[in-house]
Every structure is written in structure tokens, then in C-alpha cells.
Design a protein around this ligand. Structure first.
Ligand SMILES: C[S@@+](CC[C@H](N)C(=O)[O-])C[C@H]1O[C@@H](n2cnc3c(N)ncnc32)[C@H](O)[C@@H]1O
Length: 251
């Protein structure tokens, strides 16, 4: 069985190689996933003006840019990819909002202040963790009492469905959780962790979070007829939401 630190090393190297393929987002909107409703519609974070906010797995920095433009007071972005963080620093360099970048695995965010953040957010990053309990404990400890945590991830059912010969089928078990090596993920080796929806929910509860909302919704543009041979496609999204979003808070 491959060890957590070995997966982290493979994934960090992988993300450093593919970082330029993940230059995502715009400063005037916060998207939770390809076909999910966005923050303008959902308003899960509420008014971020004056708030101190952590982003776990900040990638190219567009969410931080969005939050700064919405009036956040102070921002922290954590990511283990040096290349992603360099892009994030460049993307946000024109902003006057203080933004602290921490290069670290989310499983080990020891540099974060405790009970400091009003909001923690993670867009399509939490599911990469090799240790969900540890990561959620870090996020929980970093939040103030009443602090909100919102994350989005690929819907765990969408992750196990593949399209072939005009049919969707289970390419792997939904119930059999664990890491899986993707030799061909954007041409670099990378290891994904498969978890059920209940695993995320139970881990949040175990960490102490109160769950406020679970979003399983799709928004498909009218003229989008993309076929399910594409990993994220309109046709697949009509059958299964590609994304799941969970909002929770610390008591
Ligand atoms: C799909 S990208 C999302 C980036 C950003 N949140 C966005 O919405 O564009 C996932 C990010 O998670 C980071 N990541 C993956 N595993 C990580 C880990 N264990 N610890 C810290 N960052 C990780 C990757 O480097 C990458 O930047």
C-alpha cells in the first residue's frame, strides 16, 4: 500500500508539471465547478467585506483575486505547488489587500494561525488530500468560532462514471474507496483519492463542523451540447451533477 508521503510527493511533482493547464477563474466571479451554480447565485460566503479568509489549494490565485476585489481584509492562500503559487502571486500582485502565501501540503498547515479566519474556502482542491481528517482538523482549528467553511469537489458519483459507446457505466466501484494511480492524467503520473459523499460528510462532522447546506445542482448553458467523451460534458451533466458543494461552520 502506497504511503501518504509518497502520494504527496508524486502529486506535488505532478501539479508542478500541469500547473499551466489550470489557469482558471475570473476576478469578477467565483465558480465552484464547470457546471455548478456560482457564488453570485448561491451566496454561500455571504458578504466578504472586511473578512479574513483562507483558501486551501489556492492554485492560480483567481479566487483570492475575486475575494480581494469583493473587499476581504486579509487573505491566506495555501498550496503545495511552487509553480501554482508563483502564478497566484503574479495574478494578485496588483492588489493592495494583504495576501499571505503558504507553500505547504493541506495535511500539514502548521504555519496557519489558530482561531483566526472568518471564512475558509476550497475550490476543487480538498479531494486531493491524502488525509481528509487531518486536513479538516487544520481548517477547523484555523477558523474562529462561527467561521464558515465552503468547499467544492467533483461529485463522487461523477468521478466513477465513464462514457463509452453512447452509454455511461461505472468504470470503478463507488463503494470501494482509496487511491488510484492515473498514468495518463494530463500526461503526468498523479494519484487521486476516491471517497464517497458520506465520507466527506462524516469527516466534517467528526472534525466538529455543523453542516449547513449541500449543493447538488447543475447549470448547463443552452448552447452547450458537449458529448460525454469529454470528462466534463453537458450530456453527462444532465444525468449526474459534476460538482458537489458543501457549506458548514464551526460552532
Ligand atoms: C484543481 S486545482 C484548484 C485550484 C484553485 N482552487 C482553483 O479553483 O482554480 C487543485 C489545487 O490543489 C493543489 N493541491 C493538490 N493536492 C494538494 C495538497 N495535498 N496540499 C496542498 N495543495 C494541494 C494543487 O497544487 C492545485 O493548485
Amino acid at each position: 500500500m502506497i504511503k501518504e508521503h509518497e502520494i504527496l510527493k508524486i502529486n506535488k511533482d505532478g501539479w508542478n508539471k500541469v500547473a499551466d493547464q489550470f489557469f482558471e477563474g475570473t476576478f469578477n466571479n467565483l465558480g465552484y465547478g464547470t457546471y455548478s451554480p456560482d457564488e453570485n447565485e448561491l451566496n454561500l460566503l455571504g458578504d466578504v467585506k472586511g473578512k479574513v479568509i483562507l483558501e486551501v489549494g489556492c492554485g492560480s490565485g483567481h479566487t483570492l483575486e475575486y475575494l480581494a476585489n469583493k473587499g476581504a481584509r486579509e487573505l491566506y492562500g495555501v498550496d503545495f505547488s511552487t509553480v501554482q503559487l508563483n502564478t497566484a502571486k503574479r495574478v494578485t500582485s496588483y492588489l493592495s489587500t494583504p495576501i499571505h502565501f503558504i507553500e505547504s501540503p493541506m495535511e500539514d498547515m502548521t504555519e496557519l494561525p489558530e482561531a483566526y479566519f472568518d471564512i475558509a474556502v476550497s475550490i476543487y482542491a480538498l479531494g486531493w488530500t491524502v488525509n481528509l481528517d487531518k486536513t479538516l482538523k487544520n481548517v477547523y482549528d484555523s477558523l474562529k468560532s462561527g467561521g464558515v467553511f465552503v468547499f467544492s469537489w467533483e461529485h463522487p458519483v461523477h468521478s466513477v462514471l465513464e462514457y463509452d459507446e453512447e452509454k455511461l457505466y461505472f468504470r470503478r466501484s463507488y463503494v470501494d474507496e482509496g487511491p488510484e494511480k492515473h498514468e495518463s492524467w494530463r500526461s503526468v503520473p498523479i494519484i487521486m483519492n476516491y471517497r464517497k459523499i458520506s465520507t466527506y460528510i462524516n469527516a466534517l462532522v467528526k472534525a466538529g463542523f455543523i453542516i449547513d447546506q449541500v449543493v447538488e445542482e447543475t447549470r448547463i448553458p443552452e448552447n452547450d451540447n458537449s458529448k460525454p467523451s469529454k470528462w466534463y460534458s453537458a450530456e453527462k451533466a444532465r444525468m449526474i451533477c459534476p460538482d458537489i458543494i458543501i457549506k458548514s461552520h464551526k460552532l
